[in-house]
Design a binder for this molecule. Structure first.
Ligand code: 0A1
Ligand code: ZN
Length: 849
């Protein structure tokens, strides 16, 4: 193994660092292979620490000199850092190290991307820049000097000096090293400003290469909307003179919230109508908001240790979701989030990688930036808010900011704030942070003498390392409808705290139709025996948008499962109910587009596996296709009407209303294409003046095995635009027919534009393939083998992205013996690779356990 023997780190072993860092001064002499980093750090003994050992993290660097209080020392150096004898009084540490950004392909620490210097320090990248106590509970004030001939030199905080070849930055807010950032390059800025609620003007910049200047306007406006929203909704004001965003082409994740200097994967900030889809615009707005919101939830209040990651991520995701809901549509956003959570987080919870929202141990922290920590972490905040109510939530947050500003906090601190401000005992609620797995809630009901009784029972399945679990607090939002469609009991939150509980509603004239788990009030799997008739009723009458959609989705899922397991015909009542719902002009178009979506192949495989069956992705794919065709034929005229009636005319705008209409017409187009031989899609492709229309048409064509000419044309027009070319790669692997997908993917790896070292390009090709569930699970094993070959190759240069992409195999135990054997074989082959990274080692060995 390349890394030292993997060591497991435990939450229970937390100990504060022996020293306080009073101030940090860093000088960077930039050079592609011989960058010098000179540090001067004031330390003083930490009175709260028992252990006074002076250990500084440091990896992949050459120590040139080290001094304590001006005297040269010779510290003991290992692969992880250095140890020295330090005084028991305040002292000054000075060191000079040499690092090589150009050969840093892991994209952690200081590295180069297309001639530009940039950094990524979360979680533990700062230790690749200089010797330092690289842990989030060590916070300090940083002053940074950058020496380079490059024209733009950026770091955190406010600019102090900008002379020829030298820039100085000072960040007055104490921060952990993971929030440090530096950027240097030939960049230009798209700028604007924002006046904060106390009247302070902040300069805003998005730094890009000249060719991308035309793709910054939307991001800047999104930033201003985020700043305003955080003031209006959370009372949080920005706290520096400048806010800089930089777009970087080579980046392992989406973006990073470095104090005052957010660094973005260019795919998450650059946008233009010609090159970006509506979905891209919405995502960019959300990520800009997310990173900006971290300024308070993450930066001003950070995490004591990495086990507390959900403290900043769960809360910040919850905040960005609320923001998107406010900017666009709450109903549509909630449904989108639930689809995503079920597809990815429920999948994680069901498999060998399941872990609590706050894990208790890890080998490589980068492997825990997961949907569980982020998205389930956000669900936990949403449940807390639902349980205490909006007012109490606001009060608790004010207290959180007051009490913990400037601190590195824990989940215990977070819970305490709610307990202190509401007087509620939240010890049982806290189980959401420690128990892994998706709870199941079973519902039964009865009606007698005007009293309706709902019985809820919670069931918890074992997950790795957790065989038995305790009952949790589950907020189940419920409404009751009378048989004539009136809502007789508006949304009420039932608090399920015991294994089984019955809730009653008195004085009812007839047995109501229950609408349970409204707004997806808890991240659980709901089991409720409702007839198709009741679901059709809810699809037509439910006042809760989520459950209205859910009723349609369950009907679709039920008919699909029946088609898969019993070779049944598509349910005619479902087709009729769907048709009347999508015709309903009182429903927003984006919502109707969601009604037209079907559960994915992976989702259906998850459902079948959950019911103890062995799913066959090819069969699921075929039956899903059959249902799609049945919908297309049954709703033929309605789909055509919708397609023409909701076309957006005039100049493109990514606003919620226009993009909602496009999502409806494009959902219709996908069905229309199944029956019209591709004519409508070809026409749309030829006429498109924006990427949303262009890509939707192209996708519809590829799905029916056409689009060859259009793909060539697309390539020809967009070959010089990296982000659009990513779409070109992913479309082909994601939409290929099951039997063709791995062959197409393999051929694309030979394409001249397949720059595999660029994470976006690698992800677009292979992420496309693995999202194509049937294509990836080709029974001949070719999808598995291809992915494993490339993961082994990528691991040698970029462990982080490799490790994340191994999760494509995390469902291996779901499938038939042959597929299982093939996947296990590939996992074992990866694990047996010489010099495998710690990241990939941990992921693969967890999957094989
Ligand atoms: N904190 C960032 C995400 C992020 C995490 C890790 C990274 O490198 C390992 C990079 C970015 C966020 O939540 O947006
Ligand atoms: Zn985040």
């Amino acid at each position: 193994m390349k890394d030292a023997t993997p060591q497991t780190i435990y939450l229970s072993d937390y100990k504060p660092f022996g020293y306080i860092v009073e101030a940090v001064e860093l000088t960077f002499r930039l050079h592609p292979t011989q960058t010098r980093v000179i540090s001067k750090i004031k330390f003083s003994p930490n009175p709260d620490a028992k252990d006074g050992e002076f250990f500084l993290h440091g990896e992949n660097m050459t120590l040139i000199s080290a001094k304590i209080n001006g005297a040269d020392i010779s510290p003991e150096i290992s692969a992880e850092g250095l140890r020295a004898n330090a005084p028991n009084d305040p002292f000054v540490w000075e060191s000079e190290v040499e690092i090589s950004p150009e050969t840093n392909t892991a994209l952690e620490g200081l590295y180069m991307s297309n001639g530009m210097y940039c950094t990524q320090c979360e979680a533990e990248g700062f230790r690749k820049i200089t010797y330092y106590p690289d842990r989030p509970d060590v916070m300090s004030v940083f002053t940074v000097r950058i020496e380079s001939d490059l024209p733009v030199l950026l770091s955190n905080g406010n600019p102090v000096k900008m002379d020829n070849g030298v820039a100085e930055w000072h960040d007055p807010w104490p921060k952990p090293a993971y929030l440090f950032a530096l950027v240097a390059g030939e960049l230009v800025n798209y700028s604007g400003d924002f006046t904060t609620m106390s009247g302070k003007k902040v300069d805003l910049n998005i730094w890009v290469r000249e060719a991308d200047l035309g793709k910054c306007a939307f991001g800047l406006e999104a930033l201003k909307r985020s700043m305003k929203w955080d003031e209006d909704v959370y009372g949080r004001e920005y706290d520096l003179d400048v806010f800089n965003i930089v777009a970087v082409d080579d980046f392992n994740m989406g973006a990073m919230e470095n104090k005052g200097l957010n660094i973005f994967n260019s795919s998450c900030v650059l946008a233009s109508p010609e090159t970006s889809t509506d979905a891209n615009f919405e995502r960019i707005e959300a990520i800009i908001a997310h990173e900006y919101f971290h300024n308070w939830t993450g930066n001003r209040i950070t995490c004591r240790d990495w086990f507390q990651l959900c403290l900043k991520e769960g809360l910040t995701v919850f905040r960005d979701q609320s923001f998107t809901g406010d900017m666009r549509s709450h109903a549509v956003k909630r449904i989108d989030d639930a689809i995503m959570l079920r597809a990815r987080q429920f999948r994680e919870d069901q498999g060998p990688l399941a872990h609590p929202v706050r894990p208790e141990s890890f080998v490589e922290i980068n492997n825990f930036y997961t949907v569980t920590v982020y998205e389930k972490g956000a669900e936990v905040i949403g449940m807390l808010k639902r349980l205490v109510g909006d007012e109490a939530y606001k009060k608790a947050l004010d207290l959180y900011f007051d009490r913990h500003d400037g601190e590195a906090a824990t989940i215990e601190d977070w819970i305490k704030v709610f307990e202190d401000s509401t007087g509620r005992d939240l010890s049982q609620f806290k189980l959401w942070y420690s128990q892994a797995g998706t709870p199941h809630v079973h519902v039964s009901d009865s009606f007698e003498d005007g009293t309706y009784a709902l019985t809820l029972r919670q069931v918890h399945k074992p997950s790795p390392g957790q065989d038995t679990k305790k009952p949790m607090v589950i907020p189940v939002a419920v409404g009751l409808l009378s048989p004539n469609g009136d809502e007789i009991v508006p949304t009420t939150v039932l608090e399920l705290t015991e294994e089984e509980q019955t809730f009653t509603f008195d004085g009812l004239g007839a047995k109501p139709i229950p609408s349970v788990l409204r707004d997806f009030s808890a991240p659980v799997v709901l089991h409720i025996d409702q007839s198709d008739k009741d679901r059709e009723f809810l699809l037509a009458h439910d006042t809760d948008a989520f459950n209205k959609w859910e009723a349609g989705r369950t009907l679709a899922r039920n008919t699909l499962i029946d088609m898969i397991t019993n070779n049944a015909e598509p349910n005619a009542d479902f087709l009729a109910a769907l048709e009347s719902a999508i015709k309903d002009e009182s429903l927003e178009p984006a919502f109707r587009a969601l009604l037209l979506g079907l559960p994915s192949v992976d989702d259906l495989a998850q459902t079948l596996a959950g019911a103890g069956e062995t799913p066959d992705p090819w069969e699921i794919h075929a039956e899903r296709d059959r249902l799609k065709r049945a919908i297309a034929e049954h709703c033929n005229d309605t789909l055509a009407d919708l397609y023409f009636a909701h076309q957006v005319q005039g100049e493109y705008s990514p606003d919620a209303v226009s993009s909602g209409k496009r999502s409806l017409t494009n959902a219709a187009l996908a069905y229309i294409t199944l029956v019209d031989g591709g004519q409508t899609a070809q026409r749309q492709f030829a006429a498109a003046n924006n990427m949303t229309q262009e890509l939707a048409a192209l996708s519809a064509l590829i799905t029916i095995g056409m689009g060859e000419e259009e793909l060539t044309d697309f390539h020809h027009r967009w070959q010089n635009d990296r982000l659009v070319m990513d779409k070109w790669f992913s479309l082909q692997t994601a939409l290929a027919a099951p039997e063709d997908a791995s062959g197409i993917a393999r051929r694309l790896t030979e394409h001249a534009a397949f720059d595999w070292k660029n994470p976006n390009r690698f992800r677009s090709l292979f992420g496309g393939l693995t999202s194509n569930t049937a294509g990836f699970h080709n029974p001949d094993g070719s999808g598995y083998a291809l992915l494993a070959d490339w993961l082994i190759k990528l691991d040698a240069i970029n462990p982080q992205t490799t490790a994340r992409m191994t999760t494509a195999f995390d469902t291996w135990k779901r499938y038939d013996a042959e597929r299982q054997a093939q996947m296990r074989g590939e996992l074992e082959r990866i694990l047996g690779t010489e010099n495998l990274s710690r990241d990939t080692y941990e992921m693969v060995s967890r999957m094989l356990k």
